[in-house]
Design a protein around this ligand. Structure first.
Ligand SMILES: [Zn+2]
Ligand SMILES: [Zn+2]
Length: 136
């Protein structure tokens, strides 16, 4: 009987150790991913205002800078938005900035502030302008 209990304990311990190794790996991965390419689910492209079908994603880069969330559980980061399949990399639709209303080139991008609510899992993006009007 004692041997059976020992075997059970041993197997339980090995599972616990495995789980902690997997968790540690995840934490390491998250630390490395400072710049993440994410497909945000926009209903309309912020660059060309095209309505987006499911699976059509706006290409963007999020610079989280390894920030941790504030008291509200929100992580603020800066996002660069290149455009959707309709306007990037081939501009089949007119690309323009929603802030300065100027048309922008495929090499230009919009700059937004991303609010990532860790409590609700919701992301909110506020467009601040394009690389032209923001850096003028
Ligand atoms: Zn677009
Ligand atoms: Zn602009």
């Amino acid at each position: 009987m004692d041997i059976v209990i020992l075997i059970m304990l041993a197997s339980f311990l090995s599972v616990a150790i495995l789980m902690s190794i997997i968790k540690a790996k995840d934490i390491l991965k998250n630390k490395k991913n400072r710049v993440t390419r994410s497909g945000n689910s926009f209903s309309r492209c912020p660059v060309c205002r095209s309505p987006l079908a499911q699976g059509e994603r706006v290409k963007s880069q999020v610079f989280s800078g390894g920030k941790s969330s504030n008291q509200m559980g929100i992580i603020e980061s800066i996002a660069h938005i290149q455009g959707c399949p309709h306007c990037y990399p081939v501009p089949r639709e007119e690309r323009s900035c929603p802030v300065c209303k100027q048309s922008i080139l495929p090499t230009d991008y919009l700059i937004g502030r991303m609010f990532d609510n860790k409590k609700t899992g919701k992301k909110h993006l506020r467009i601040l302008g394009c690389n032209r009007c923001r850096e003028r």
